[in-house]
Design a protein around this ligand. Structure first.
Ligand SMILES: Cc1cc2nc3c(=O)[nH]c(=O)nc-3n(C[C@H](O)[C@H](O)[C@H](O)COP(=O)(O)O)c2cc1C
Length: 401
């Protein structure tokens, strides 16, 4: 999300540094718009370093980019923290004599304000009337809390804590709940390629979209993600990376994927094997290109190690392991039966079963799956975008954990 954080001139401005850090860590693009007075409390260098974006207070900077409206129109969410009595009054009156005021008028995004001021200022009829006006316009007001204030007084007027501001802001923006926060997950994606000679390989039609969607959903719901990417289609990774909560490791062959997954799984709370792994490989890869002149080629194939079974055998205590099974089946009943049998064979906690065919599953943006757990029941079904399927997977994992 593109988030604008307005900062006005109160002592609590130092706490807003933590709001910005949390948003950046969760992968959001943050632009800070301080008032001139805010810069007397916390300086430009801090805002720029923490948001990783340039900071200006004036409508006259970067005029060629029409910055005074660009920030507001690009924003998916605007937070004002701390919101001083002065800035709240200006918002209520629609005054636009600084970049923050203009941005607030130019935006149609949800606006969240976190007031902070002395109790007397907060309780003043003018401030209360301004708050009512803003609420009536759909502005979300978080706090203030009741507590110790600067100068030794105590009462309502203290800015709520940064975590609370972030949670409230993400809730109104429609961003996902951070229900995977604190979890470390490893996800594999894409299809392996088993070399035959320097120019040819045995591959499969996996685009990597589903696995990458699983990784991105986890990261956006608060997890740390180690993504082991086999071959993925052009642009699939580029759409989601770089992401501050996703680390990517490449693995070309089944053997490389096996090694990468085992190493990463040793540290993970949840392992999701979404990659399409070749069951067979060519034991003797030719160093030179096989040529027609040399006659018909017969390839002897050997079976690759079963990565999922290996991960289950080496599972850490408390670790949840999710497998994917792409099956061809005549009907839903056969698909369920195949899924249930495969779940038991692999010993995973959850098996995501999708029906594949010439036009289903692979290379498309949508998917239809069912989830089988260790009770041999279909515990959930999902259909729609690969992101929707990914979210359903994480919902099912959370229910298991
Ligand atoms: C040390 C100090 C602390 C202040 N703290 C607050 C505060 O918490 N809330 C508030 O509304 N005003 C506070 N003010 C007053 C504002 O800084 C002042 O009203 C200013 O004009 C606000 O400008 P702005 O809304 O454009 O940032 C404080 C002033 C000083 C000198």
């Amino acid at each position: 999300m593109f988030v604008v954080v307005g900062v006005s001139g109160g002592i609590a401005a130092y706490k807003t540094v933590h709001v910005i850090r949390a948003l950046v860590t969760n992968g959001h693009e943050v632009h800070v718009v301080p008032t001139d007075d805010a810069l007397r409390f916390v300086g430009t260098a801090t805002w720029e370093a923490i948001s990783r974006n340039p900071v200006t207070t004036s409508v006259h900077d970067d005029v060629a980019e029409v910055r005074h409206v660009a920030l507001g129109t690009k924003a998916d969410l605007v937070i004002v923290a701390p919101a001083t009595a002065n800035t709240l009054a200006k918002m209520a009156a629609g005054i636009a004599d600084n970049l923050l005021g203009v941005t607030l008028l130019a935006t149609t995004a949800p606006v969240v304000v976190a007031p902070a001021m002395h109790t007397a200022m907060w309780e003043h009829a003018a401030t209360q009337a301004n708050i009512e006006t803003l609420r009536a316009r759909g502005v979300h007001v978080v706090g203030p809390a009741d507590g110790e204030l600067t100068g030794g007084d105590s009462g309502p007027g203290r800015m709520v804590e940064p975590d609370e501001i972030v949670a409230a802001a993400l809730a109104v923006s429609g961003a996902p709940e951070q229900d995977l926060a604190g979890l470390s997950v490893v996800v594999s994606a894409g299809g392996t390629r088993e070399p035959i000679d320097p120019v040819r390989y045995l591959g499969n039609r996996s685009s990597g979209r589903q696995g990458v969607a699983v990784a991105l959903a986890a990261a956006e719901r608060g997890a740390w993600v180690h993504l082991v990417a086999a071959h993925v289609d052009d642009g699939v990774l580029a759409r989601v990376l770089p992401h501050p909560s996703i680390g990517v490791e490449r693995a070309g062959t089944a053997a490389e994927l096996d090694a990468a997954m085992r190493a990463a799984a040793a540290e993970a709370d949840v392992v999701v094997m979404a990659a399409a792994v070749a069951d067979f490989s060519v034991p003797e890869v030719s160093d030179v290109k096989l040529r027609k002149e040399d006659g018909v080629v017969t390839l002897d194939l050997v079976e690759n190690p079963d990565i999922l079974k290996g991960l289950v055998a080496e599972r850490r205590p408390g670790q949840t392991i999710v497998g994917f099974a792409a099956e061809t089946a005549a009907d839903d009943a056969e698909l369920r039966e195949r899924g249930i049998r495969k779940r038991a064979r692999k010993g995973v906690d959850l098996l995501t079963v999708n029906r594949v065919g010439w036009t289903q599953g692979f290379e498309s943006t949508d998917n239809t799956v069912l989830f089988v757990d260790a009770t041999d029941e279909v515990v959930a079904e999902a259909a729609g975008s690969k992101r929707a399927v990914a979210d359903a997977l994480w919902d099912a994992v959370l229910r298991l954990r």
